[in-house]
Design a protein around this ligand. Sequence first.
Ligand code: PMP
Length: 408
Amino acid sequence: MLETQKLRRDFPILERQENGKRLVYLDNAATSQKPRKVLEAIEHYYRCHNANVHRGAYGLAVEATDAYEAARTTVARFVNAWTREAVVFTRGTTESINLVAGSWGRANVQRGDSVVVTAMDHHSNIVPWQILCQEKGAKLRMVEITADGRIDLADYGKALDAKPKLVAFPYVSNSLGTVNPAAQLSKLAHAAGAVTVVDGAQSTPHLRVDVQALDCDFYAFSGHKMLAPMGSGALVAKPALLDAMPPYHGGGEMIERVWDDRSTWNKVPHKFEGGTPNVEAAVGLEAAIAYLEHLGMDRVAEHEQELARVAIERLSQIEGVTIYGPRDHRAGVVPFTYGDVHPHDLATILDRDGVCIRAGHHCTQPLMRRLGVAATARASFYIYNDVDDVDVLVSAVRKAGELFGVPA
Ligand code: PMP
């Protein structure tokens, strides 16, 4: 296990008290807290190097550009991208997926084509494909999940029989914690002639990611779930695909030449980074990656999986608690319901004990319908959580049970 007591001292916000109690932050699947190193990197950038990037002929602008481009190299290394130009900075997973749908999708998906997503996808890996399919007259096919919360491979195979243009799926589910066999899913999709989009929002912060080993075509992730600032993230894609794609946003920096009536495009990745980019986000993301790499992603994964195992074991002992998702191949996400207590009420009561958990549909309404619930409570772990946090969670849930009279 990681040395959580030591790590916590790196996160100023964790010194906060909540209702007179130690803050037990268990909503890491929504966003992580930020270590001092990330906060300092951002401050240092503004204090010492701030200027607009890629434009200035003066030293300061060159420094800002160097900082921004160094972050790109770091991201490329972190996920083992094909090249550093394969990394397009975005505001995060949602923008990355919309970029693929708006650019590759518009150029390649036509009337009568099909696009495949899964019933465990986050809305940000469903809605952009719905918009595209509605615009193009294409069919959106949603692959079912099994009773234990995995992608139903038989149904996946059937969806591939229709030779879809594109297949999108999450590496790790934010609502079930399932770690999907992404390399296998990508291979099957490629054999059917499809391009693959992997939603890496919940995998990049928590596992060792190697996009070349996954052999996906597009990989999207958000920095804010992995210690980095809000509004940071990237689309990582095979360079040949990016080269062939039309731009997404028009504006400064993404062009080569502009005439009165037409323009030519800058090289990849700049073709997709119109306008002044979020340099502080890139710099903060680089510092976050350095922090995670120092811990080692294998240790991070092991730590969270162990916490999830203990949480599932201890929560399951409470009569009336139902845990969702598979028992193995899962990340540090523990979704549950407790009798007929509404998850929002549960979250409100837990907050009194300083415990922050998420309650709701987690932006996965199609999945909630299949689970037969309107909402779940969700505890999600990260590097600064430990077994003490699990115990605080479990006793707060027990207390809530007494308050609400569960089991009735
Ligand atoms: N996909 C998954 C699996 C997620 O958990 C999230 C964030 N909840 C997203 C996509 C969207 O990420 P963002 O809001 O950072 O764009």
